[in-house]
Design a binder for this molecule. Structure first.
Ligand code: ATP
Ligand code: MG
Length: 305
């Protein structure tokens, strides 16, 4: 398997006596759009920083773009596009000035044409002399993406690139990601949004520094082994209250007028729900287990001891 763009084993990182990342192994293949999910503080940013050579792991080893993450970090940094979790451009410089600055950091010879190309690609020709600080949240993110693509990296590491951005702007952003992937760019992206997770071809879920699951969305849903029922009818909050008392109903979530109930013991769940099913005011249907159900399930399962 030569097409692994990232292959790391047992990466760990401590801050003081706190373990931020605990023996994480990841493989990201060429052209993957690899989604990295997990609760706040679970170690996503720390992992991304180790992958691109900004942080040295305490333990573990591996390669990124074929370079050793410990000894060849300067080569990795040159070939990776890294979009940090917070907007890291100069708000009091214009769009063009910011991009030119980035191009100079990378020592690009054809900086001017790369910046022209980026501004054209963004459709920001008219606004290139506007201050970056005056852009809306969605445009700031697109500027940041254009900036980290300036030096034409083969790998993009995007850390929550669409946090706080409206749904249309997030869609536009993801269309760009898919466009880049189609051109052969590999993308690792952290996100808290389930609709974004569904747009990835591979996913990893991390909790408290431990990698709890890795695979395609379908594999993750299958591996969780959850059985899901969707209930509709009157007074869902009251039904939810009663269903939550059932041990086999591990996850009970209200969605508008319907209730999603899931658990790993399908027979016990069906049996326990049968007394509610006798009430004709409710309709019960087997439902599709969603990625959100799977991630919440993984989070509640806790980390291996
Ligand atoms: N430079 C640092 N010094 C001390 N502790 C740190 C440092 N960076 C991260 N941590 C701690 O390591 C843990 C993992 O943090 P990290 O930022 O990697 O999580 P995250 O998954 O990116 O969270 P979020 O979703 O909120 O961005 C947290 O407990 C955090 O407080
Ligand atoms: Mg983070």
């Amino acid at each position: 398997m030569n097409d692994a763009i990232i292959r790391v084993r047992d990466l760990s990182k401590h801050f003081g006596d706190k373990i931020a990342v605990n023996k994480i192994s990841l493989t990201v293949n060429q052209k993957d759009i690899f989604g990295f999910l997990g609760p706040n503080g679970s170690g996503k940013t720390t992992t991304i920083r180790m992958l691109c050579g900004l942080l040295t792991p305490d333990h573990g080893e591996g390669t990124c773009l074929g370079y050793d993450i410990r000894s060849q970090s300067s080569l990795i940094k040159r070939e990776v596009g890294y979009m940090t979790q917070r907007f890291s451009f100069y708000e009091d410089l214009t769009i063009r000035e910011n991009l030119s600055f980035v191009a100079r950091i990378y020592g690009m010879r054809d900086a001017r044409s790369a910046v022209d190309h980026a501004i054209g690609g963004l459709g920001l020709g008219d606004r290139q002399h506007q201050l970056a600080g005056a852009l809306s949240g969605g445009w700031k993110q697109r500027l940041a993406l254009a900036a980290c693509m300036l030096h034409r990296p083969r790998l993009l590491l995007l850390d929550e690139p669409t946090a706080g951005v409206d749904p249309q702007a997030r869609r536009d952003f993801w269309d760009e990601i898919h466009g880049l992937a189609a051109q052969g760019v590999t993308v690792l992206v952290s996100t808290h949004y389930m609709d974004e997770a569904e747009r990835c071809n591979r996913l990893a879920y991390i909790s408290k520094g431990h990698l709890l699951a890795q695979g395609s969305p379908e594999e993750l849903v299958g591996a969780a082994g959850l059985h899901t029922w969707v209930v509709e009818g009157p007074d869902m909050p009251e039904l939810a209250h009663q269903v939550r008392a059932i041990p086999a109903a591990q996850h009970v979530v209200l969605f508008g007028n319907s209730l999603h109930v899931s658990g790993t013991d399908g027979d016990a769940l069906e049996e326990a729900l049968s007394r509610f099913r006798r009430n004709p005011t409710y309709t019960f249907q087997r439902g599709q287990t969603s990625l959100e159900d799977v991630f919440i399930h993984l989070m509640h399962q806790g980390v291996p001891s």
